[in-house]
Every structure is written in structure tokens, then in C-alpha cells.
Design a protein around this ligand. Structure first.
Ligand SMILES: Nc1ncnc2c1ncn2[C@@H]1O[C@H](COP(=O)(O)OP(=O)(O)OP(=O)(O)O)[C@@H](O)[C@H]1O
Ligand SMILES: O=P(O)(O)OC[C@H]1O[C@H](OP(=O)(O)OP(=O)(O)O)[C@H](O)[C@@H]1O
Length: 216
């Protein structure tokens, strides 16, 4: 862990654009090429920050191990990974929710027997709390395929616009969790670099207040 420079782990993909806009609103002078470069480590001119561009699911890992001091990660990824990091700010970006969904005529089949998901920990906690025993089938994508093709009775997955469910003839049964992206911090970094991190947290909270205006 470098004492004089802060490393921030950024999620590539869906969250990246929203996160860059928020960082710029917070006063970070990100270069124009930030969103298009294929470089994975980006340093800022004359500012003590460097950004690493990671797969979203890996951001909490970089932060927990101290390879990054801070990071931006979806609440879904944080809950699923259970990594030991401080969650400092709800950034209010990349909002979506997690739901149980399936074919409309499966509503009466309770408990569901087989649940396909990319989020086995979140799903198993949900069903444990409900006192229902289910078989979880871990998949890596195209989760909506599972109930259509008969691999599972239902899915636990992310819903944003609802288009994927709709186009595949599926309906939402239960809403598990509202999701947005969070600013996370490595606990040791926070102890050693508290002043600098607190300044960033404050700036991000201010920038976030702008993004929350007019949101649901
Ligand atoms: N419609 C959505 N589907 C999935 N994730 C979404 C959606 N809307 C917002 N998110 C947020 O974006 C994050 C996922 O981003 P992204 O899809 O780029 O990563 P990924 O799952 O690693 O992608 P990939 O499909 O390449 O595996 C989630 O953790 C969630 O917090
Ligand atoms: O409600 P919507 O706006 O349709 O978004 C939800 C869909 O987006 C995600 O899949 P993604 O596009 O990441 O593809 P994947 O199948 O590879 O997970 C998620 O797993 C849903 O399938």
C-alpha cells in the first residue's frame, strides 16, 4: 500500500460511465480518453490519485486486499462477495433491483424447487430467511434462459428496465433488494490515510446529492 498516492478501483462495464460522471462532478480531472483507453492503470497529472480498471465483481477483492484504497461497486456485488471493506457512500448511480422471477404459471408452486442465479449467497440468504429449502443452480449469465428451458423453476437476478423479463415471457414474483453503487474503502487505508479519504468521501457525497435530485 503506497502511502502518498491513493488507488481507486473502478468497475469496467455498465457502472463505469456513471462513475466517471460522478467523479468529474466531484472535481476529479479525469482526462477525456478515460472512457476509451484500453489501459488498466490510469494516473492523473499533478494529483495524487491513480485508477485501476477492474471487472465489477473483482473490485471488492482489490479493496479488501489493499491493492486499492477505495473502490466503486454495486451493492449486489458487495453483498454477494461478503468482502471486509467499509461501505462509505451510497453513490445513487447504476440503480436496479434484485428479484425472484419465473414463468407466470409457476407462481402457485411454492416453495420453488430449483433456483438459477448468478448470486448464490444472496439467494440462499433470502430463502433461508423465508424458511424455504431450495436447490440453487449457479449460472454466469443469460439467467432468464433457465426457467424457459426447464433448467430451473425460477431465477434470482437483477432487473433494471424489466425488458429482459418481458421479452422472455417471465414475471417478477418478489423484490429482494434495491441496488445502487457504493464507494468502498479498505479499513487499513482508512486508518493510515484518513484525512485524504475523508476529503474524497465529502466530495463524493456532495456530487452524489446532485445525482439524487429527480431520482425515484
Ligand atoms: N440491468 C443491469 N444488469 C446487471 N447489472 C446492472 C444493471 N443495471 C445496473 N447494474 C449494476 O452493474 C453491475 C454489473 O455491471 P456489468 O454488467 O458491467 O458487469 P458484469 O456483470 O461483470 O458484466 P458481464 O455481463 O460482462 O459479466 C451490477 O453489479 C449492478 O450493480
Ligand atoms: O431489466 P433489464 O434492463 O432487461 O436488465 C436486466 C438484465 O441485465 C442483466 O444481464 P446482462 O445484460 O448483464 O447479461 P448477462 O446475461 O450476461 O448477465 C441481468 O442479469 C438481466 O438479465
Amino acid at each position: 500500500m503506497n502511502e502518498s498516492i491513493l488507488t481507486i478501483a473502478m468497475p469496467k462495464g455498465r457502472i463505469f460511465g456513471d462513475a466517471c460522471r460522478l467523479l468529474r462532478n466531484a472535481g476529479f480531472r479525469l482526462p477525456e480518453t478515460f472512457e476509451t483507453t484500453r489501459k488498466l492503470i490510469l494516473e492523473l497529472d499533478s494529483e495524487p490519485f491513480r485508477f485501476i480498471l477492474a471487472k465489477p465483481v473483482d473490485v471488492p477483492t482489490y479493496v479488501e486486499y489493499g491493492a486499492a484504497d477505495l473502490g466503486i461497486a454495486g451493492k449486489d456485488v458487495l453483498l454477494e462477495s461478503g468482502r471486509d471493506v467499509y461501505e462509505m457512500v451510497d453513490l445513487g448511480i447504476s440503480k436496479c433491483h434484485m428479484a425472484v422471477a419465473g414463468k407466470p404459471n409457476h407462481r402457485s408452486r411454492n416453495p420453488f424447487l430449483k433456483i438459477a442465479t448468478k448470486y448464490p449467497n444472496i439467494a440462499s440468504n433470502f430463502y433461508r430467511r423465508r424458511g424455504e429449502q431450495v436447490d440453487l443452480i449457479a449460472l454466469n449469465g443469460s439467467i432468464e434462459l433457465a426457467p424457459i428451458i426447464g433448467l430451473a423453476d425460477a431465477i434470482v437476478d437483477i432487473v433494471s428496465t424489466g425488458q429482459t423479463l418481458k421479452e422472455n415471457g417471465l414475471v417478477e414474483f418478489d423484490r429482494l433488494l434495491d441496488i445502487s453503487s457504493r464507494l468502498i474503502v479498505n479499513p487499513v487505508s482508512y486508518r493510515l490515510k484518513k484525512n485524504l479519504i475523508d476529503q474524497i468521501v465529502e466530495k463524493m457525497i456532495k456530487a452524489t446529492e446532485g445525482t439524487k435530485i429527480g431520482m425515484d
